[in-house]
Design a protein around this ligand. Structure first.
Ligand code: PRT
Ligand code: ZN
Length: 277
């Protein structure tokens, strides 16, 4: 019988490194502290971890040197290799944008006609220009005023006297996979994905506990849908209950305010480690 292992490629160092390692850890996959930082393996999950430059990850996954990989969508689409995108991971968020000199007048993509645009994303830029019927020269080296680059806070553009005028692509880290995994690898990928989804859910949710007068319970329960419905337990003091539920990070503050208005007291909010629905 062949022993199956899932080989994953992650960034060796850089912006995705820490979050990628953290994701594995949160999925309960412990890495051996190998001195050799090209490759390591897990003690408690059949996984081998390869540390690579992000630009090389799509090719390695296409060639099945790695079965799966974690890399930015920007790299996946620019490299255009034969890999499947399996899951968005919720970190490494940025956008690929067009920027022009701050003092340049800009009124829509038409302003880019006839310009020289510098980028390390020629494929994505070509596609963007074609979709917008713009004819412009693409340069892979800098020196032009118009550029297409990744932006997160926007402070780099600002410091270089540029302004962001168009978004070519919204990006975040994603999990990609080789198109032809064997049944054993497929099964391991499904186990890994099950854990990733539980971690993502937990990161997007908080556990909430509060006390409420019983006559306010219907209103408070209406505000707190929970996983199925909230847990309600009587307090030692007559006429009061403790309510437990799960809140989404997105509408967190909104709901907290409404709960207070509805008479909730002693509100506690705690992080959730894993969430399996
Ligand atoms: O060595 P290796 O080739 O592996 O790394 P790299 O230098 O090519 O990539 P790295 O580590 O910089 O980025 C890895 C991935 O992180 C990218 O492919 C994106 O998917 C994602 N990411 C998220 C970013 C940013 N945010 C980001 N802000 N990648 C780069 N930037 C750069 C951008 O190029 C610009 O120089 O940060 C600057 C802009 O940042 P703000 O905050 O000033 O707007
Ligand atoms: Zn790179």
């Amino acid at each position: 019988m062949t022993v199956n292992k899932l080989k994953i490629a992650i960034q060796k160092s850089g912006r995705l490194y820490e979050d990628s390692v953290k994701l594995l850890k949160d999925c309960g996959i412990d890495l051996k502290n190998g001195v050799n930082k090209l490759k390591t393996e897990s003690d408690n999950f059949p996984m081998e971890i390869y540390f690579l430059r992000d630009d090389d990850i799509p090719q390695y996954v296409e060639d099945a040197v790695a079965d799966i990989g974690i890399v930015g969508e920007n790299v996946v689409y620019e490299k255009n290799k034969k890999v499947d995108l399996v899951e968005h991971l919720g970190f490494g968020k940025c956008r690929l944008s067009v920027a022009v000199g701050r003092s340049e007048s800009y009124d829509g993509v038409g302003s880019l006609n006839g310009k020289r645009i510098a980028t390390t994303y020629p494929l994505l830029l070509r596609r963007f220009l074609d979709n917008n019927n713009v004819s412009a020269e693409i340069h892979e080296i800098s020196g032009s005023v118009e550029i297409v680059d990744l932006v997160s806070s926007g402070s780099t553009l600002f410091m270089n006297g540029l302004k962001e005028v168009e978004t070519v692509l919204q990006s975040q880290a994603v999990l990609i996979r080789n198109e032809r995994l064997n049944a054993g690898q497929q099964l391991l990928l499904e186990r890994f994905l099950f854990r990733i989804r539980a971690v993502k859910k937990a990161r997007n949710n908080k556990y909430i506990l509060l006390n409420a007068p019983n006559d306010q319970l219907p209103e408070i329960i209406r505000l707190l849908p929970g996983m199925k419905s909230p847990t309600v337990l009587p307090l030692a003091e007559a006429g009061w209950s403790s309510v437990h539920s799960v809140l989404s990070e997105n509408d967190f503050w909104d709901i907290i305010e409404k709960l207070k208005e509805a008479g909730a007291q002693g509100i506690l909010v705690v992080p959730i480690e894993k969430m399996v629905i």
